[in-house]
Design a protein around this ligand. Structure first.
Ligand SMILES: NC(=O)c1ccc[n+]([C@@H]2O[C@H](COP(=O)([O-])OP(=O)(O)OC[C@H]3O[C@@H](n4cnc5c(N)ncnc54)[C@H](OP(=O)(O)O)[C@@H]3O)[C@@H](O)[C@H]2O)c1
Length: 285
């Protein structure tokens, strides 16, 4: 069963690894047409090649999210795949980590270019390349760190807070009943970012032990599991969510995601295909 939203193009930034890769696998297993971006060209092309075997259209362009012109070129090149139904602004970095007193302004600026300017670019292009008269969903990947101060994460907390505010302003400006722009805290997910966090020095990141404990206790989410909630936000969540900061781990969201998945005839087989794709590709990344 293919819904109207399933047959229109979705752009995912940061699709070469982690959450973006897992979401690409979940959507490709439903044959949703995809435009994937990230900087590592070879890896991204390998991802696109593998996902095409699932039967849907997949295009990939190696671009930096902060580079508006290259992002626009990627979208122009994918025009054949139709107007955008959704954009997932997922590309993000955590570095620089360390006390504010020691933070290098250039590293901070570079961080903001990826985590904030990248999201701004994705939103601009979503509104420009949307299908005329069609619903548009923008999902900005934020973090619990947007509303919780964490020692050593000055850049990350600031950039994710900025993403939340940018989301709310854009949602207010596009309150037309056809456009939904949300930010989302996806949960704590076992990706390259988490693996790097656990290797941090306690002097730069005093709470590192908490993240090691979460891993030791098996409390991290698997990327494909986390991607199920994102797929719901991308394809089917109510447009009335626009402007909200969605907690993907909340009981309310999880209940809606379960019901959505259960309504899908081939849901279990699709998730199994997505998982095996992810396992294969993540092993290479
Ligand atoms: N993992 C978690 O627990 C967690 C929790 C909350 C929020 N998040 C957020 O989730 C998002 C994905 O993180 P992840 O955990 O999946 O980390 P990840 O595995 O490190 O993936 C990050 C992705 O972003 C891409 N990227 C980074 N800088 C880029 C740039 N300048 N231009 C284009 N692409 C860029 C990377 O690809 P290239 O290197 O190939 O460019 C990669 O595909 C981030 O926004 C992160 O803040 C993660």
């Amino acid at each position: 069963m293919t819904s109207a939203a399933d047959s229109r193009l979705v752009l995912i930034t940061g699709a070469s690894s982690g959450i973006g890769l897992a979401l690409a696998c979940v959507l490709a297993s439903r044959r949703v047409p995809l435009l994937l971006t990230a900087r590592r060209r070879e890896l991204l092309e390998r991802v696109a090649g593998r996902l095409r075997h699932l039967g849907g259209a997949v295009e990939a362009h190696a671009v930096d999210v902060a580079d508006l012109r290259s992002m626009r070129d990627a979208l122009s090149a994918a025009r054949d795949l139709g107007g955008l139904s959704a954009v997932v602004n997922n590309a993000g970095v955590l570095q620089p980590i360390g006390p504010v007193a020691d933070t290098d302004p250039q590293a901070f600026e570079q961080h903001l270019r990826t985590n904030v300017v990248g999201v701004l670019n994705g939103m601009r292009l979503a509104l420009q390349f949307r299908g005329a008269g069609q619903p548009l969903r923008v999902v900005n990947i934020s973090s619990g760190a947007a509303t919780r101060a964490i020692r050593g994460w000055g850049a990350y907390c600031a950039s994710k807070a900025a993403v939340n505010q940018l989301t709310q302003v854009a949602a207010l400006e596009n309150a037309d009943g056809l456009t939904s722009i949300v930010s989302v805290a996806p949960g704590i997910i076992e990706t390259a970012m988490q693996r790097a966090i656990r290797k941090e020095d306690e002097t730069r990141f005093p709470d590192v032990g908490q993240f090691v404990t979460l891993k030791d206790k098996g409390l991290l989410l698997a990327p494909v599991e986390a991607a199920a909630a994102l797929a719901w936000l991308v394809l089917d969540a109510p447009l009335s969510l626009s402007g909200s900061f969605v907690d993907a781990r909340s009981a309310e969201v999880q209940e809606q995601v379960r019901a959505w998945q259960a309504s899908r005839e081939d849901g279990t087989a699709e998730m199994a295909r997505a998982q095996s794709c992810f396992d294969e590709l993540e092993a290479v990344a």
